[in-house]
Design a binder for this molecule. Structure first.
Ligand SMILES: Cc1cc2nc3c(=O)[nH]c(=O)nc-3n(C[C@H](O)[C@H](O)[C@H](O)COP(=O)(O)OP(=O)(O)OC[C@H]3O[C@@H](n4cnc5c(N)ncnc54)[C@H](O)[C@@H]3O)c2cc1C
Length: 454
């Protein structure tokens, strides 16, 4: 019997490189039902253990099978406040789907696509998981409106807390808004998730740089508790000569300009110069997002990564999409110098080939430079996508302790910081991670705050 998973529809590669519309089109009713019917409804579901927020996966899939999408949505909403986001961007292949029993002998259930289907139907049909809650008179401040902050705020608001989110940017959503491109996560979806929080009574104050406009100490005085979910938005650079040239960017800057400022639109006030050839340095999801964005601007785009394809840290699906879209992969190479002209504009890079060695303690294969292989290549733009670390501007004038790695220090297995009333979670505590882990931390913090204040 053919038991292959139902493949979702995607925009054709020829079309999608010319636009920023969503690549994955998701399941229609028939496809979702067919995929849901493949689920074995295990009595001891391993998939639930694989989900960081323990969504009752077989139960929501049963909702789809029974044609009761409202119930399916309610089941997901018990554990996740951002289902339309998670259905799209969670690395399910490493979590719930990896644990699916069907995956051992064939195709795992497409849990992510089914979650997305339910969440999209909920948006379309305006289902609401909102309950009318009586306010309990306790006030909580949340710093940052990324998935950690939004989740913490949502859980607290559902339990009667008065929550105010302070966000430095002019739009809420964190990386969901300024980082992940429209073609993977439409901003209208993020906005709908933000709106549903507002319906719960959460107030969102944008354009407020905590640490400057208001300090953590002041928030501690004014509120019963504070949650910090300020993310990890500080980009890393290589430290090679020429990195200060015109035409060298961090991936965060390129993505912010495109996603938040709409630089891809013809009437944009902050357009990106359409150069002939750009190199993106790095091999993670951020590199993949940046390279695919620049391709859509009509630029010849290369991804340069110092290891081989096998070691690329990006999701396999993103690599496949990038390849289909015509991104050129320059593997086992790294730049050693940015070459500039007399105006300090980028005109090329000096590049060296890399040789793969044995795996190190972290399981990743080591790399060494092949010093005889230095060569120059021409390009007018270089984008560094080498990872990010937290920017602790929010902590200015506060004595919140940091770890040796420069992350916000929290008690073991908890979210409480060195200040009694201050909790923290997400990338600011773990370093750059994933949406679902940030959400899990936001949930955990909400629980700890409620325990403390009740
Ligand atoms: C380009 C890109 C693509 C990614 N793709 C994926 C993916 O496909 N799947 C996945 O699971 N993960 C992905 N990630 C990682 C994921 O987005 C992050 O792990 C997650 O967003 C972290 O959530 P957070 O709430 O901790 O922080 P963020 O989402 O970074 O939110 C922090 C918020 O705090 C605000 N802030 C910071 N300082 C202050 C201050 N002083 N005052 C007020 N506000 C402040 C920031 O503006 C921001 O809005 C990606 C990351 C990037 C950059």
């Amino acid at each position: 019997m053919n038991d292959e998973k139902v493949k979702g529809r995607v925009q054709s590669k020829e079309e999608r490189v010319k636009n920023f519309n969503e690549v994955e089109l998701g399941y229609n009713d028939e496809e979702a039902l067919k995929e849901a019917n493949r689920c074995l409804q295990c009595p001891n579901p391993r998939c639930v253990q694989g989900c960081p927020v323990n969504i009752a996966i077989p139960e929501f899939i049963k909702g789809i099978r029974d044609g009761d999408l409202k119930r399916a949505y309610e089941v997901i909403s018990r554990s996740s406040s951002l289902p339309a986001v998670c259905g799209r961007v969670c690395p399910q292949e490493k979590q719930c789907e990896k644990m699916c029993i069907k995956g051992f002998k064939g195709d795992a259930i497409s849990i992510g696509s089914l979650e997305r289907y339910v969440a999209d139907q909920a948006i379309k049909n305006e289902y609401s998981a909102t309950t009318n809650v009586e306010k309990n008179g306790k006030k909580v401040a949340v710093v940052g409106s990324g998935p950690a902050g939004l989740t913490c705020a949502g859980d607290l608001a559902k339990n009667g807390y008065e929550v105010t989110i302070f966000e430095v940017l002019h739009k809420a959503g964190g990386v969901l808004t300024y980082g992940i491109p429209e073609f993977r996560l439409p901003k209208s979806i993020v906005q709908k998730e933000v709106d549903s929080l507002k319906k719960l009574g959460v107030e969102i104050k944008t354009d407020v740089p905590v640490g400057n406009a208001i300090t953590i100490n002041e928030l501690e005085e004014e509120y019963d508790a504070v949650f910090i979910g300020s993310g990890a938005g500080l980009p890393k650079f290589m430290g090679i000569p020429g990195e200060d040239a015109n035409g060298v960017f961090s991936a965060n800057e390129i993505l912010t300009r495109i996603n938040l400022m709409g630089a891809y639109k013809s009437d944009s006030k902050t357009p990106i110069k359409k150069v002939k050839r750009a190199y993106i340095i790095g091999g993670g999801n951020v590199a993949m997002d940046a390279v695919r964005c620049l391709k859509r601007l009509g630029i010849e785009t290369h991804l340069m990564y110092r290891r081989s394809e096998e070691e690329l840290p990006a999701r396999k699906m993103e690599v496949e999409h990038a390849k289909e879209e015509g991104i050129i992969f320059d593997l086992l190479q790294t730049p050693t110098k940015i070459i500039t002209n007399e105006n300090n504009d980028v005109v090329g890079m000096e590049v060296v080939n890399m040789i793969l060695g044995e795996p190190g303690q972290d399981g990743r294969r080591s790399v060494t430079e092949d010093s005889n292989s230095k060569h120059n290549i021409d390009c007018e733009m270089v984008v560094m996508a080498l990872g990010t670390s937290p920017n602790h501007e929010a902590l200015k004038e506060s004595s919140i302790e940091l770890t040796e790695r420069g992350l916000i220090k929290v008690e073991e297995e908890k979210t409480k910081t060195s200040h009694d009333k201050v909790f923290a979670g997400g990338d600011a505590v773990t370093g750059a991670a994933t949406v679902i882990l940030a959400m899990e931390a936001g949930k955990k913090a909400a629980k700890e705050i409620m325990e403390k204040l009740s």
